[in-house]
Design a binder for this molecule. Structure first.
Ligand SMILES: [Fe+2]
Length: 244
């Protein structure tokens, strides 16, 4: 997280297949953007490493509730609580770190001009949230179960339900992005993005687990998703820009 290397990846030392391939034939847009030349290390400037900061003082540590709009309206869909820990290779917590999440609504539609597929928007759901990890590296947020959605990768292509995560280091260039999936999703075996990570054990670390301990009676299902930044249990991270 303290490095600022665009290429080669800070994950280059990981076991082969445990991070997404730059070029994955089934993920059509990766064919256009995957680098064809040897990777080049970009040395960060001092200003890139020292700023800007992300205004953590303006973010209140604790829960983020995405199911309530600013005007008090309630989002449609199955409420879920997602929680977990942000950890390094030794299992030590990574504290006071900004996580951003974004997702489709319960109908599988993003609040974004590029998403015009035939599913309803929810006026009470923006699909965006942010939260800080605490002293034990823990985070939690409440949202609604995202819907699956169609995309243009190939005929009858559908993304499995997922939540995008961004983990910010101390500067703009120290950002890691991944996607969290849900257990038992029938679309997972067919998803080119999920399958960009060749190693099956690493790939399965992208799937959250259902958790009774964080399930709230009469209200909210609990899912746990831990993020490991390095080491043998490292969470696969996307390097390229992901539109989906
Ligand atoms: Fe997405």
């Amino acid at each position: 997280m303290n490095e600022c290397q665009t290429y080669p990846s800070p994950f280059r030392k990981h076991k082969q297949g445990t991070q997404p391939d730059h070029l994955h034939a089934g993920y059509v847009s990766s064919m256009k953007r995957a680098p064809l030349q040897p990777l080049v290390t970009i040395t960060p400037t001092l200003s890139e490493l020292t700023g800007p900061l992300f205004g953590r003082d303006e973010i209140v540590a604790g829960e983020c509730n995405m199911t309530r709009s600013a005007n008090g309206g309630e989002a449609q869909g199955q409420r879920i609580a997602v929680s977990g820990r942000l950890l390094d290779e030794g299992g030590a917590p990574i504290r006071n770190t900004l996580l951003e999440v974004w997702q489709a609504n319960a109908a599988g539609r993003y609040l974004h001009k590029w998403d015009q597929h035939d599913a309803p928007l929810d006026p009470n759901f923006s699909g965006e949230g942010h939260v800080l990890t605490d002293d034990l590296g823990r985070y939690s947020f409440v949202t609604v179960q995202p819907g699956s959605y169609p995309w243009g990768n190939h005929h009858n292509a559908w993304r499995p339900a997922h939540i995008h995560f961004s983990v910010f280091g101390p500067a703009v260039c120290t950002r890691l992005v991944t996607q969290m999936y849900f257990p038992g999703d029938p679309l997972l075996p067919f998803d080119p993005i999920y399958n960009c990570t060749a190693d099956s054990a690493a790939r399965e670390r992208l799937i959250s687990r259902f958790d009774w301990n964080t399930t709230i009676p009469q209200s909210t299902l609990g899912f746990v998703f831990d993020i490991h930044l390095r080491g043998r249990y490292a969470t696969p991270m996307e390097e390229g820009h992901d539109d989906h």
